[in-house]
Write a protein that binds this ligand. Structure first.
Ligand SMILES: NC(=O)C1=CN([C@@H]2O[C@H](COP(=O)(O)OP(=O)(O)OC[C@H]3O[C@@H](n4cnc5c(N)ncnc54)[C@H](OP(=O)(O)O)[C@@H]3O)[C@@H](O)[C@H]2O)C=CC1
Ligand SMILES: O=C(O)C(=O)[C@@H](O)[C@H](O)C(=O)CO
Length: 279
């Protein structure tokens, strides 16, 4: 596998094996950071309505030297837009803010149990894809019962399920569920955000053994699990570091030792999709 490689999705489209997270990248500084990311080689930008930066994402793509058709953009529908008509409008508004005529990948951001309308939002996404507004459709923070509900209702499996996945929360069971349903797992907060396990022994030892940084080891672990990480960095050097993952390979024992850091309460902020609400 190399940086330019892509995963094929269950709808025949493809996505680069590493993406770029954009949460908190806003305004001129955000545009500059995202433009640097594109020029450093990223070809997938991960945004959301709730990040408040879709306009900035569009600006970064247009300002960069990379051809827009070579860049994939993911956005996400928030919980307050799950009703069918609001979900359709959400997609249309995202297109306007991005300055695009088609979204590469649109996800339902969280299932939002108190809203109880994620199946409606999914129908809206299926229809938006038929109208050519979206190329690929997927979900985020879905557990098995959410996935089965949308598949049973529509007959369409999400192309992607973007879930919390880092060494303290390796998500073995959800990865198996996604694999079994032909859904590509993407990893959010792949480095562990503010709780990055850089100093943990299995990470530090693998970094020393391979002449890599702890961040590279964690992202390489993500790739060897078959997940697609979307690390965020505002810093051009760290952006390059996070994409330079293809000159070494972790042994099976190293992968297992890093997965062994997982804890039952390893979630970063307790974001259990059956309970957590984000509107
Ligand atoms: N679907 C969902 O519900 C969610 C999706 N996401 C998506 O996932 C993306 C990534 O997750 P995020 O929460 O941002 O966390 P990450 O795990 O990507 O970590 C980002 C943090 O790590 C630092 N960092 C990045 N690279 C390195 C490095 N090589 N060495 C040391 N520190 C580093 C960054 O600082 P600096 O910028 O200074 O480099 C930043 O503080 C988000 O941006 C968003 O797109 C996130 C949360 C939930
Ligand atoms: O960043 C995202 O996509 C989120 O869903 C966040 O809001 C995340 O849930 C979070 O950081 C909550 O504190």
């Amino acid at each position: 596998m190399r940086g330019v490689d892509s995963y094929e999705l269950n709808d025949g489209n493809s996505l680069p094996v590493v993406g770029f997270g954009t949460v908190s990248l806003r305004g001129d500084e955000g545009v500059a950071a995202m433009r640097a990311a594109l020029e450093n080689g990223y070809r997938l930008l991960d945004t959301a309505v709730n990040y408040g930066n879709e306009e900035a994402v569009g600006q970064a793509v247009r300002a960069s030297s990379v051809a827009p058709e070579d860049v994939r953009i993911t956005t996400k529908i928030p919980g307050r837009h799950h009703e069918y008509s609001l979900a359709v409008k959400s997609v249309e508004e995202s297109l306007r803010r991005l300055g695009s005529d088609c979204i590469d990948l649109c996800l339902i951001h969280w299932p939002n149990p108190s809203v109880g309308k994620y199946v409606e939002a999914w129908r809206a996404l299926v229809d938006a894809r038929e109208r050519g507004l979206v190329r690929s459709i997927g979900v985020s923070n879905f557990t098995e019962h959410h996935l089965r509900a949308v598949i049973d209702d529509s007959g369409v499996a999400p192309a992607v399920n973007q879930i919390e996945l880092h060494p303290y929360f390796p998500q073995a069971a959800m990865r198996r569920v996604n694999d079994g349903l032909g859904i590509r797992t993407q990893s959010w907060s792949p480095l562990g955000k503010h709780s990055a396990p850089f100093a943990e022994r299995p990470v530090a030892e693998a970094a020393a053994a391979h002449g890599a940084t702890p961040a590279q080891v964690i992202l390489r672990w993500q790739l060897q699990l078959g997940a697609l990480p979307v690390p965020k960095s505002a810093d051009p050097q760290r952006q390059q570091e996070n994409l330079d993952l293809f000159g070494f390979e972790l042994t099976d024992a190293e992968v297992a030792a890093i997965s062994g850091l997982g804890k039952d309460d390893g979630r970063l902020f307790g974001g259990d999709p059956d309970v957590h609400e984000e509107f």
